[in-house]
Design a protein around this ligand. Structure first.
Ligand code: NAP
Length: 338
């Protein structure tokens, strides 16, 4: 029996498959703007809400969690949850859910695309043609780049997306090296991958792709000191989170020609400021945080983020709970709203 419909704040207009499902069970307030709501706006809209469906662009801190005494669940439309103060949520008995798995293939596709684009200088070629700078037709030394087939790929963070990238690279007969905190013999066997210390991986790889979550431990994991260990012809790909790389150190390294190039989807500040140094470089390929941006994936993220939220409010186990310790603080049965 529903006494009061749960009240939910959704911080962006997500694909309608999720919004229709959510509105059939709950009263919803959706932020309609083309830009994310700022902190103040989230603070005023969260008041009196039972649930929050948020994006990676929303910083969900203690102040926001304390603004609604009724808040039971924060469902993120993302796999990464670095924008949410998880320990605070757990302490307050708030369930935090996310959408792992459904964006794995889309993000791995983009990482591979960035690798090839940076290696073969595809955007530079495209720009030359559009700017009428393609003079003299075919030329023996025009836009020479690096090959990909048969090269060595170092994957930092061989989880869901890192493993999907390794599967793609095996078709290109690449040698796969990886670094995780825990070595996994079963993954090594399945993906034909070899474990390396971070330092050895940096020294041996032609391509290095980052797939670790952003945590205190991985913040600026790649800095000047690590970049200096990479090969001169190496290419760095980052589809994980911008703050994992010290962006100033990366730009210095690329300017000095100490590595060959980079393919970057995520930045320390998003959107990239107009005067950002990285966007002035020729030897980088940049995309605006579009790792999961396929129609199919975003529909799945919409549906799963809503189903996660509804499950918690029904007092049932959500599909993907990020903070299972919360169950010791507040039971699902005490949350049950319908
Ligand atoms: P995942 O399955 O949890 O994989 C993360 C991997 O990183 C795990 O294998 C983990 O293994 C490893 N790891 C964690 N800390 C590490 C450390 N300090 N050093 C070395 N390895 C470490 O996550 P996923 O689904 O692949 O997603 C990865 C990240 O991609 C997300 O957190 C998100 O930030 C990002 N992402 C970006 C986009 C985009 O649009 N660009 C889209 C989706 C995801 P151990 O625990 O053994 O260390």
């Amino acid at each position: 029996m529903v006494l009061n419909k749960p009240s939910i704040y959704v911080t962006r207009k997500i694909p309608k498959i999720g919004l229709e499902l959510l509105s059939s069970h709950c009263d919803i307030t959706v932020h309609e703007g083309a830009e994310p709501p700022d902190h103040k706006k989230i603070l005023s809209n969260i008041q009196g809400k039972d649930g929050l469906l948020c994006m990676l662009t929303d910083k969900i801190d203690a102040e926001i969690m304390n603004a609604s005494r009724k808040l039971k669940v924060i469902s993120s439309f993302s796999v990464g949850v670095d924008h949410i103060d998880i320990s605070q949520a757990t302490k307050m008995g708030i369930y935090v859910t996310h959408t792992p798995g459904v964006l794995t293939n889309a993000t791995a596709d983009l990482a591979f695309a960035l690798m090839i684009s940076a290696a073969r200088r595809i955007p530079e070629g495209d720009e030359n043609i559009r700017n009428n700078n393609w003079k003299g037709g075919w030329s023996p030394d025009m836009l020479l780049g690096e090959g990909v087939y048969g090269k060595t790929l170092g994957i930092i963070g061989l989880g869901r997306i890192g493993s999907a990238l390794a599967e793609r690279a095996s078709g290109f007969k690449m040698k796969i090296l990886y670094n995780n905190r825990k070595r996994s013999r079963s993954k090594e066997k399945k993906l034909n991958a070899e474990y390396r210390s971070l330092e050895d991986l940096l020294k041996e790889s032609d391509f290095i792709s980052l797939h670790v979550p952003l945590t205190v431990e991985t913040h600026h994991l790649i800095d000047n000191q690590k970049l200096k260990k990479m090969k001169r012809n190496a290419i760095l790909v980052n589809t994980s989170r911008g703050q994992i790389v010290d962006e100033n150190d990366l730009v210095d390294t690329l300017e000095e020609g100490l590595i060959s190039g980079a393919g970057i989807d995520v930045f320390s500040s998003e959107p990239l400021p107009r005067d950002s140094r990285i966007s002035k470089l020729k030897n980088v390929v940049l995309t605006p945080h579009i790792g999961s941006a396929t129609h199919h994936t975003r529909n799945l993220m919409s549906e799963i983020s809503v189903r996660n939220l509804l499950k918690v409010l029904k007092g049932e186990n959500p599909f993907y709970l990020f903070n299972p310790e919360v169950m010791k603080v507040k039971s699902l049965s005490s949350i049950k709203m319908f």
